[in-house]
Structure formats: structure tokens, C-alpha cells
Design a protein around this ligand. Structure first.
Ligand SMILES: NC(=O)c1ccc[n+]([C@@H]2O[C@H](COP(=O)([O-])OP(=O)(O)OC[C@H]3O[C@@H](n4cnc5c(N)ncnc54)[C@H](O)[C@@H]3O)[C@@H](O)[C@H]2O)c1
Length: 251
């Protein structure tokens, strides 16, 4: 018996990186997977690849900052799969600028994708889940949403901290509707996003030195935690956070 037979999973920002790995892992456990992203070519290529593996996967164009695009994406998901059991708010962008270096435009852009995008996915997803008897939401925050450092981008940290409390608020407001909501907080994970911020090897080395396990995390290692929190195995877990950082925040 597969863990996600008959479940419909929506993953924002799933065209590449961690979201793409999650799409494949959910699909391998028989979930019907919908990916929403702005990277249409990568998203369509992933849809094709997963379909060729026998995974029921659909790619949809979705800019998470746009409420009407969320409405259209959920409408398509419902018409194709008649359900929404699991939402993974994964789409994200990064900025490393300090507070004084952050322009208002950059602040608004980062908050808009990471925090507002997750808010919209939740706001429009919850009523659908309610109608269908419940669901599970996993928000991909960051260790940077729990603790700061002098080099952590101001807008990024603030957006990820917003996702942390959005998670707890969602959990409390919709527990009676059988909707669970949890957050994961990855440390440095080996994806394009990390290459973007560690564009010099000294910085990458510094990151690795801070990690007790002595290496970067792999997207699969986050995905395993996401699948667990989304699954019925986590049926009594809501409003909590799971840190996946090789021990970095234990220090
Ligand atoms: N890589 C890390 O070290 C790390 C650490 C902690 C948290 N995270 C978080 O994990 C999540 C996944 O990131 P990743 O590491 O896979 O990076 P990534 O850059 O490979 O993936 C991010 C995805 O989000 C999509 N996206 C960006 N803006 C979007 C928008 N407006 N609408 C829809 N999709 C959009 C991108 O197109 C991309 O597919 C992000 O929320 C990120 O903040 C990453």
C-alpha cells in the first residue's frame, strides 16, 4: 500500500530544486501531483519526465504572488483531480542584502513571493480542504526564519519568519476542520538557490564549517521530512516546526 494513494498534492515552486524532488517522491508513493511555478519550460519537462515514470503529474503556470493565478490553478486542479489533500508552500526566492542595502522594491519582492505567496496558497486552499473533510499543509521556511546571523538577508529572514508564524496560526485556526499545518526549516541545501547566494567558494566553505555533520543537505533529505509531515503518519502533529540542518542550530 502506498502512503499517498488517492491523495492530491499541490507543490508551489516545484519545477526544480527541492520542490521537484518532492514531486517525484510523492508521485512514487502514488500521489497525484500538481506543480505550480513560473518556470514553464522546466515545469513541463518535469511533468513529462514524471509521466514517463508512471507518475500522475500536471504542471500549471502559477506566480504565487498573484491571487487570481492561485484561483485558476486550484480550479484546474479540482477539475482534473477533484481534490486537494496536501499543499506544499515551497516557492521561494532569496536575497542576501543587509537592512540598509535592501531597496523597498527588493523587500517587497521577497516578502511577496515567500510570505504572501504562502498566505495566498493557504487562504485559497483551506476552503477547498474544508469542503473535502480536511488536509495537510507544509510550509518550507528556513533556519533563517528561526535565528538570524549578520550575513543573512534582511528580507529573506523576515519572510521566512513570517512563514513560521503563518504555520502556527493556520494550525490553530483550522484544527477543527481537520486541517494540519507544519513548517520545515532547512539549513543549507544543495540546490540552485544555495549556488546563487554562495557565489564564491569561501562562503560555501564557511557554511559547511558551521554544520556539525560537515556537509550540505540534499533535497531528498528535506523531502523525506516533508512527506512525513504531509502523511497520515503525522496525524497528531500540527503547528510545529522541524529543523533539517545537520545540527547547525543545536549549537
Ligand atoms: N537551498 C537552500 O539552502 C534552502 C534553505 C532553506 C530554505 N530553502 C527554501 O526551500 C524552498 C525551495 O528552494 P530550492 O532550494 O529548491 O531553490 P530553487 O531556487 O531551486 O527553487 C525555488 C523554486 O521556486 C520557484 N519560484 C520562485 N518565484 C516564484 C513565483 N513567484 N511563483 C512560483 N514559483 C516561484 C522557482 O522558479 C523555483 O522553481 C524555498 O522556499 C527556499 O527559500 C532553501
Amino acid at each position: 500500500m502506498h502512503r499517498f494513494s488517492d491523495k492530491v498534492v499541490f507543490i508551489s515552486g516545484g519545477a526544480k530544486g527541492q520542490g521537484a524532488v518532492e514531486a517525484k517522491m510523492f508521485g512514487s508513493e502514488n500521489a497525484k501531483v500538481i506543480i505550480g511555478d513560473i518556470l514553464d519550460d522546466s515545469g513541463k519537462a518535469l511533468e513529462k519526465e514524471l509521466n514517463s515514470l508512471g507518475i500522475n503529474c500536471t504542471y500549471l503556470h502559477l506566480d504565487v504572488t498573484n491571487e487570481s493565478e492561485w484561483e485558476a490553478a486550484y480550479a484546474q486542479a479540482l477539475s482534473k483531480y477533484s481534490g486537494l489533500d496536501i499543499l506544499i508552500n515551497n516557492a521561494g526566492i532569496v536575497s542576501r542584502a543587509s537592512i540598509t542595502e535592501t531597496s523597498l522594491d527588493e523587500w517587497e519582492k521577497v516578502l511577496s513571493v515567500n510570505a504572501t505567496g504562502s498566505f495566498l496558497g493557504t487562504k485559497l486552499g483551506v476552503p477547498i480542504m474544508k469542503d473535502l473533510g480536511g488536509g495537510s499543509i507544509v510550509n518550507i521556511s528556513s533556519t533563517g526564519g528561526l535565528v538570524s546571523s549578520p550575513t543573512l538577508g534582511a528580507a529573506y529572514a523576515s519572510s521566512k519568519a513570517a512563514m513560521h508564524l503563518l504555520t502556527k496560526t493556520t494550525a490553530l485556526q483550522y484544527a477543527n476542520d481537520n486541517i494540519r499545518c507544519n513548517s520545515v526549516h532547512p539549513g543549507p541545501i544543495d540546490t540552485d538557490m544555495l549556488s546563487e547566494i554562495t557565489n564564491n567558494s569561501d562562503l560555501l566553505k564557511k557554511y559547511q564549517e558551521k554544520i556539525p555533520l560537515g556537509r550540505l543537505g540534499r533535497p531528498e533529505e528535506v523531502a523525506h521530512a516533508v512527506l512525513f509531515l504531509a502523511s497520515d503518519e503525522a496525524s497528531f502533529i500540527t503547528g510545529t516546526e522541524l529543523i533539517i540542518d545537520g545540527g547547525m542550530l543545536a549549537q
